[in-house]
Design a protein around this ligand. Sequence first.
Ligand SMILES: Cc1cc2nc3c(=O)[nH]c(=O)nc-3n(C[C@H](O)[C@H](O)[C@H](O)COP(=O)(O)O)c2cc1C
Length: 297
Amino acid sequence: MISNVVVSSILGHSGRGMFPLTLKLSYRKFVKKVLETKTTVIAESATRFKIVGNYQIRKPWTWWIYVRKLPRMSLLNAFGLTNDGIEKCAKKILRSAKKGFQVIPSYFPEFSKGLDIAIKEALEAIAIYQSELGDYFFALEINVSCPNAGEDVSKNMSQAVACAKAIKARHPDLTLIVKLSYLHPISLAEELERVGVNIIHGINTIPYGEVFPNKQSPLHKVGGGGISGGLAYPQALEYNTKLSKRVSIPLIMGCGITDLISLGEYKDIRGNGNSVSICSLVRLNPTKAIMAIEISN
Ligand SMILES: Cc1cc2nc3c(=O)[nH]c(=O)nc-3n(C[C@H](O)[C@H](O)[C@H](O)COP(=O)(O)O)c2cc1C
């Protein structure tokens, strides 16, 4: 159901490519290869209602302000959850699915609104995905790990568990993926496994201060942002290695993959039935990303 290598976030809310990256030919070639290889795509996260974050669709130059290149094939992003809300995002995914893309929606529950509202909105979002996508809706990722959403990810464990539990109670047959943060203890994954979550995705971008404890982030004015790509690799690999020992449900493991060697190291953590995710590699070297999905999927 889910390919060996999964593409996370970088194909946008539709799951078939995002502007301004589509301006680049090699990125468009990657999108074509995703379709050809039936690679699973996890869409960029949506919220119940529209959010204008740091990146603004009408001001495309804000992409380069809030998604910066760092050394060692890395990115620092404070994208800020910009999205059009579930109704529109589900329609975008439907268009991709009809073209043959295998897209899993990603939903961000806003715990800052209070747990009851966050759960109510998550269940509404699922109802909308179901009615818009029909049989194309085969799995859902819950993102409880965004470092750019103004919420303290390190303190949302009980909300994440309650939300997953409520979703599984209402939709026992839905394949539920929960995406964790470097800031989450592994015990959160164990708890999520106990309440019936089907797959754990480890991990989201690592907050700047966790990678560079003594440095100020170039994006400090908007919370610091999250690091992905090579600079995040050692910590992310260590986290995923621990995760793989403590939970027995399937994993999507990623963060930091920049070449076929790091891809192989992630694959070696666990064998069949688990997947590896790529994101920054697609932005920074789409040609290498094509090789990654060609050999794996
Ligand atoms: C520009 C950009 C946007 C992202 N948007 C999301 C998002 O909407 N939801 C999410 O769960 N992760 C998001 N991520 C995180 C990625 O899905 C991925 O987990 C992270 O970049 C680590 O993997 P990587 O090192 O392969 O890039 C985003 C990352 C980048 C660089």
